[in-house]
Design a binder for this molecule. Structure first.
Ligand code: PHE
Length: 485
């Protein structure tokens, strides 16, 4: 079956790999992975996450590329067309729609964090961190995050940057930029890791990251302070495997739609997964030595990279330059990911509504920008309880602000949980069920184009059984646990 993409085609398989790596490597690796690893106790969390990358990340990525390439359209229309081809129900379009929603929600907070990264480019350049103590660096972060208008300004800049590229079409410029800037980011990370090796905290950092202690993953303090058994960390690791590889929402699928017929899906997926995982682990190895050398808390939360790395940039000779470059490259990595978060929605509007790319990007950009404001208030410390209190107090007099339980979390945490832990795994699950159980095996084999029968069987069986069972098991246990609590 030969179809053409109306949005153009990558110039080579290598260009696709670069673009997919650009999508996968982003804030998820350098900002998120270290802080969730810190929150869920280190080694055991890392191990479970790596396992999920292997048994579900790679198979799902291959399935997404395969579907995208066969359908050659936006994820919604690809799923619709392939479902029709297999005489299956239109319900299979679910990952398409859920993906558009998830990408949109993720981008709304992603761009707030990326905005903070832009601010840190300038701060590092201005030498703000020179000779700062860890406490000094932290108070700089807190006063920065306390100022909503500031955050809004940077968030606005990032949304505009993203939508400008999206409006022009994903391919122009992206390939070239990723080819040079991504290796540079890895070099800088390596430099930071080498610096970490000379510090007193390096051994502890390595043990923290690679010596699994399952008690730290499974036992956590609850609100009343008592320690309880929970599988929350496993669920978070599952969600992160999807998030960091850009899976479950159509980003890789839509990039697959622009891929040549004769490219090798297996090799592409393996390369992207390997690059992505390496960057995450390197980021951990760069950040945790700083944490332990300075007696900081590994579970500082989403501010972790902004609290730790500047300490080093302030201490080493030429730190202002290194720091500026680091944040600039991180910004770039975030940019190439953000583009792919919104591409499924843009491609769909272009196909189905016949909008121009510019129009689709403008409208979506405005929506993302507005929703981002809610995440800005999360950074400044507004909780769901505060919001609920405000709303309730419009109608009745409220004596005490609403506190405790879900009220203490904030909008950012809510959409992060909804997207990463629920929408992405569900989207990925639907994709593998479709490829594994609904598509004719002939069609799958034809599109996958495996040279080796053995490898095809290995992938196909993993996709049919292991991957869906793993996702379902984590979901079911997580939901039961939620009810029991
Ligand atoms: N993978 C990106 C990161 O790690 C985030 C992302 C998620 C991008 C989903 C696209 C789709 O930062």
């Amino acid at each position: 079956m030969q179809r053409d993409s109306v949005h153009g085609i990558w110039s080579s398989q290598f260009a696709f790999i670069l673009a997919a790596t650009g999508s996968a490597v982003g804030l998820g690796n350098i900002w998120k992975f270290p802080y969730i690893t810190g929150e869920y106790g280190g080694g055991a969390f890392v191990l479970v996450y790596l396992l999920f990358v292997l048994i579900l990340g790679i198979p799902v990525m291959m399935a997404e590329i395969l579907l995208g390439r066969r359908g050659r359209r936006s994820p919604i229309n690809t799923m619709r067309m392939l479902a029709r081809e297999e005489r299956a129900t239109r319900l299979w379009c679910f990952p398409g729609y859920a993906g558009v929603l998830a990408g949109f929600l993720i981008l709304s907070y992603y761009s707030v964090v990326a905005g903070e990264v832009i601010a840190y480019v300038f701060r590092a350049a201005a030498g703000v961190f020179e000779n700062q103590t860890p406490d000094g660096v932290r108070s700089i972060l807190y006063s920065f995050q306390g100022n909503a208008e500031n955050l809004l300004g940077w968030h606005t800049i990032f949304v505009v940057m993203t939508m400008l590229v999206v409006a022009r079409g994903v391919r122009s410029g992206l390939e070239k930029a990723v080819r040079f800037l991504m290796p540079l980011l890895v070099i800088l990370l390596l430099m930071l890791v080498f610096y970490g090796m000379t510090s007193s905290g390096f051994d502890r950092a390595v043990r923290f990251l690679f010596q699994p202690d399952f008690n730290k993953l499974f036992y956590r303090a609850n609100e009343s302070g008592s320690v309880v058994f929970t599988l929350e960390g496993v669920w978070v690791a599952l969600g992160h495997a999807f998030f960091t590889l850009s899976l479950g929402m159509g980003a890789i699928m839509v990039y697959g739609a622009y891929l040549h017929r004769d490219a090798s899906i297996g090799r592409a997926a393996l390369t992207v997964a390997l690059a992505d995982t390496s960057v995450g682990l390197l980021a951990g190895l760069a950040i945790f030595p700083i944490v332990f050398s300075n007696n900081m808390a590994p579970n500082a939360g989403p501010g972790l990279i902004f609290e730790t790395l500047p300490v080093v940039f302030g201490a080493i000779p030429g730190g202002a330059l290194v720091g500026t470059m680091f944040f600039a490259l991180l910004l770039f990595a975030a940019w190439t990911s953000a583009i792919s978060l919104i591409e499924p929605a843009v491609a769909w509007l272009v196909e189905s509504r016949r909008w121009s790319r510019a129009r689709a990007a403008t409208v979506l950009g405005m929506l993302v920008w507005m929703l981002g404001i809610a995440s800005i208030f999360s950074a400044t410390g507004v909780t769901l309880g505060d919001i609920a209190t405000r709303i309730v107090s419009l109608f009745v007099v409220v004596e005490h602000p609403l506190r405790g339980g879900i009220y203490d979390s904030n909008w950012f945490m809510l959409i992060d949980t909804l997207t990463t832990r629920i929408l992405l795994p569900l989207g990925g699950l639907t994709v593998v069920l479709f490829v594994g159980w609904r598509m004719r095996i002939m069609a799958v084999r034809d599109e996958a184009g495996f040279a080796s029968r053995r490898l095809f069987r290995l992938w196909y069986l993993t996709l049919r059984y292991l991957t869906p069972l793993a996702v379902l098991a984590v979901f079911i246990v997580g939901i039961i646990e939620g009810f029991l609590r």
